[in-house]
Design a protein around this ligand. Structure first.
Ligand code: DAV
Length: 406
């Protein structure tokens, strides 16, 4: 029986990938989370609803071409079921006139080794977005005996989940962002899979507009001691939505970082500790600061890349500074692929893909964190043991339970 689901990091040789679809996509409706994401533009007439035919045709053409490029590189490519998102959704708590899209599998499916978790995303328009992937996931389940298929608790997304008092314009969100105040409250756990970056044993996740602290806590408890999940944060991040246009590991020991939104010092210290071997370098500026109409992502999609292996990487063909930098300064084989017409469907290559199988095993790339993790795990088991003894009435062993933190 074959192994299909096996992906521990962002750079091991790519074997199988799911690429999203623009077909049937809508601009989300006026729901609390999308009001903020679109800076209020969704309230304008004709902003939301089905994408126009020409935009879909152009994006679908580039997605199809990406699939061909990947197939030619020997990668197995899967696609979600074509789905019409222009269908209303009603739950006991809310109703929306239409949905979103299945262009960004990166947000919906979190691949952690041999497990895929359907993420509890926070937009109402994404409530049913797992559905176009169910045929593939079920097939993986039938074919791959080691595949663990999991769905995080589906959020209710009642009004309590959203803080409607936040400023709509990013230009006015500096202060609230610095205080880590984002759209989602802590009413229930939510996260988008794209907020989690995978580095073998270590996972890094950011709190922001799509992931709340309860979501990070849910995932941390879920993975237990199989992974070491750390929260990271970025400076000047007025609209933290997904980590992959802020920090992207492109080979062991090397991350690209968005110079406008660098890691906060305590997060950066995890990478620059003298006991580990990571370099965090500034990504080159985007080729253009103008994004296609109705695109709500930042121009830093220029660094939203898909690695074929640790020497080969897919970059959008108009992103000349990035192509030059990766080729000439870092020695990568760059595969330049047109994708700008797909940007308005939620992102670039990293967002619109999910790497189901990369040839490799789980490793640790952060010896500095392992030492700290082991110590905290030891303290955790000691304190659990001591609590059990106290409950059973046996005499404590003289040591006091330690706090759980590092
Ligand atoms: O910088 O706008 C884009 C990532 C979308 N999935 C940004 C983040």
């Amino acid at each position: 029986m074959p192994t299909i689901v096996n992906s521990w990091n962002e750079w091991d040789p790519l074997v199988e990938v799911i690429i999203g679809r623009a077909d049937g996509a809508c601009v989300p409706p006026k729901e609390p989370a999308y009001m903020v994401k679109s800076e209020g533009r969704v309230a304008q007439p004709d902003f939301s609803g089905p994408h126009d035919h020409e935009s879909i045709r152009a994006a679908a053409k580039q997605q199809d071409n990406l699939c061909k490029v990947l197939s030619n590189l020997g990668v197995v490519v899967r696609r979600p079921e074509p789905t019409n998102f222009n269908i209303s959704v009603e739950t006991p708590d809310w109703r929306i006139p239409h949905q979103n899209a299945c262009s960004c599998p990166r947000d919906t499916l979190l691949v952690l080794g041999n497990e895929i978790i359907e993420a509890p995303m926070s937009w109402r328009s994404r409530f049913f977005e797992y559905r176009p992937y169910r045929t593939i996931l079920n097939e993986y389940f039938q074919r791959d005996p080691a595949f663990r298929w999991e769905a995080a608790p589906r959020p209710l997304m009642t009004d309590e989940l959203y803080d409607r008092d936040l400023p709509l314009l990013t230009s006015q969100r500096k202060q609230t962002a610095a205080q880590h105040m984002f759209t989602n409250t802590e009413a229930e756990p939510v996260f988008d899979a794209a907020d989690c970056l995978r580095f073998g044993k270590h996972l890094f996740m950011q709190h922001g507009y799509t992931t709340n602290l309860s979501g990070i806590q849910w995932l941390s408890r879920h993975v237990g001691s199989n992974f070491d999940l750390r929260q990271i944060a970025f400076e000047n991040n007025v609209s933290p939505t997904h980590t992959d246009a802020q920090l992207l590991p492109i080979r062991p020991g090397l991350c690209l970082s968005c110079p406008e939104r660098p890691l906060e010092p305590t997060s950066l210290a995890l990478f620059t500790d003298e006991e580990c071997d990571w370099e965090v370098i500034s990504a080159p500026e985007p080729n253009s600061w103008t994004m296609p109409p109705k695109c709500t992502s930042s121009p830093w999609l220029s660094m939203n890349l898909l690695s074929i292996d640790e020497n080969t990487i897919i970059v959008e063909e108009t992103e000349k500074p990035t192509i030059r930098f990766l080729r000439e300064e870092l020695g990568f084989d760059v595969v330049a692929v047109p994708f700008r017409d797909a940007y308005k469907f939620g992102g670039s290559f990293h967002c619109q893909s999910v790497d189901v199988h990369r040839d490799g095993v789980q490793k640790s790339y952060f010896p500095n964190l392992d030492i700290r993790h082991e110590r905290s795990e030891m303290r955790r088991s000691e304190s659990m043991l001591s609590a059990q003894r106290t409950e059973r009435g046996s005499p404590p062993d003289g040591r006091s339970p330690s706090p759980l933190s590092d």
